[in-house]
Design a binder for this molecule. Structure first.
Ligand code: AMP
Length: 396
């Protein structure tokens, strides 16, 4: 793989596309800096070689140009403290100031450019915008796995201007290696845990997993469409009526392929979608009208723990219930601890980004599992079998 290990960056000005799209609270304080810390080894390697760095990132989804709420200036101090280098900041990612600051960078210095998404050209993959950005450095490193599934100007298009001077950063390489390990050569039994709200968002990944997994554990809102498809009563639980046929087809295909699909035998049901709701434990196929399943139940937890504990490889994407509300976090917490336990016993456990990563951090288990991916959508698309534009741009 073409990584920064193969290069020396002495006196080079290196454009590094990072994914510093971190969550900020109402006081604009970072609430989870794992995406920043994950890129630090790459940045340190360049600085240790004697290079300088121009950081490219986006933050949030600004729609109409510059907006202080989405300014990367809020994270400058934190990056400085992690790198132990005073990070400079350009108020605009292109234009005179950015050019002058980047030109004047000396060995060991770091410049962060303002949010790329203040220009619609970024998400449009605009060639001229990409070329303008490319002028800010003489080498391009992509370490932004979280946005690798987007063909944006700074994640993919820009690589065309560095035909012989581009590579992956350490984070990107680690993400690709871990995903490949699970996709191509999983130690068996291999169990995939898929949760979250809807089947429609996870359908392609489930179809692909049918070709590689031994067990598929299903949790979260999507379970109820499967349970309904099997003739169960799901009350007011989340249901995708138009996906019932698809759910039946998936169950049939799993049987043909010898893949065991596990659905939650029981659920924690609630009389309203609220942390103050009345709750009871109930069989998942006997949920009365007016009640909804918002978490997997105790029997499901025990059954899922047994499968996880006897697996050598486990992939987890999507929560088992509405884990943002404490009353419905039990299933997700139990699965997170089961993964930690399996890891201790020698299994390889890969946590997909997004909500599963948030849950792992919430339960402070990030160091107890094999790898927590920084990419939610990107990892999903990888497992869907797609070639990610950010990866292709470096390889081609
Ligand atoms: P996804 O983005 O598809 O991974 O879905 C994550 C969301 O699904 C989280 O915000 C959860 O609160 C939600 N979720 C999980 N289980 C349920 C459920 N049983 N009913 C409704 N929403 C759920």
């Amino acid at each position: 793989m073409n990584t920064i290990n193969q290069y020396n960056f002495l006196d080079k000005r290196v454009l590094v596309r990072v994914d510093f799209n971190v969550p900020l609270d109402e006081n604009l304080t970072i609430t989870d800096d794992s995406r920043i810390t994950a890129a630090i080894p790459t940045l340190n390697k360049i600085l240790d070689d004697g290079g300088s760095i121009v950081l490219l990132s986006h933050l949030g989804r600004p729609k109409n140009g510059p907006n202080s709420k989405y300014s990367l200036k809020h994270i400058v101090a934190h990056i400085s403290s992690l790198l132990k280098v005073k990070v400079k900041f350009a108020d605009d990612c292109i234009g005179q100031e950015a050019f002058e600051l980047s030109e004047s960078l000396k060995s060991g210095e770091v410049l962060l450019l303002e949010n790329l998404r203040f220009y619609k050209e970024e998400e449009n993959g605009d060639l001229i915008f990409a070329e303008t950005l490319s002028k800010l450095g003489d080498f391009y490193v992509n370490d932004a796995f979280g946005t690798a599934h987007r063909a944006h100007a700074s994640t993919a298009i820009i690589a065309r201007f560095f035909p012989n001077s581009k590579c992956f950063g350490y984070l990107m390489a680690k993400e690709i290696n871990n995903a490949e390990l699970v996709i191509n050569n999983p130690k068996r039994p291999f169990t995939a845990i898929v949760g979250g709200a809807k089947i429609s968002d996870k359908i392609v990944i489930i179809e692909n997993l049918l070709n590689i997994a031994d067990h598929i554990i299903i949790g979260g809102g999507m379970s109820y469409t499967f349970i309904k498809a099997m003739g169960g009563a799901v009350g007011n639980s989340l249901l995708e009526i138009d996906k019932l046929k698809l759910a039946t087809e998936i169950l049939d295909r799993a049987t043909q392929k010898g893949v065991q699909i596990h659905l939650p035998m029981d659920s924690v049901i609630a009389d309203e979608f609220s942390n103050n709701a009345k709750t009871i434990n109930c069989l998942s196929n006997e949920i009365p009208d007016g009640w909804m399943g918002l978490d997997i139940g105790e029997q499901a937890i025990e059954a899922y723990k047994t499968v996880i504990n006897t697996s050598s490889t486990v992939l987890w994407n999507g929560p088992m219930g509405v884990f943002e509300m404490e009353k419905f976090a039990g299933g997700t917490r139990a699965i997170a601890f089961a993964l930690a336990n399996a890891t201790k016993n020698g299994s390889f456990t890969l946590i997909g980004g997004g909500d599963s990563a948030a849950a792992i951090h919430q339960f402070k288990l990030e160091n107890e599992v094999s790898y927590v991916s920084t990419g939610g959508g990107a990892l999903l698309e990888y497992f869907e079998g797609k070639i990610l534009p950010g990866i292709k741009a470096i390889q081609s």
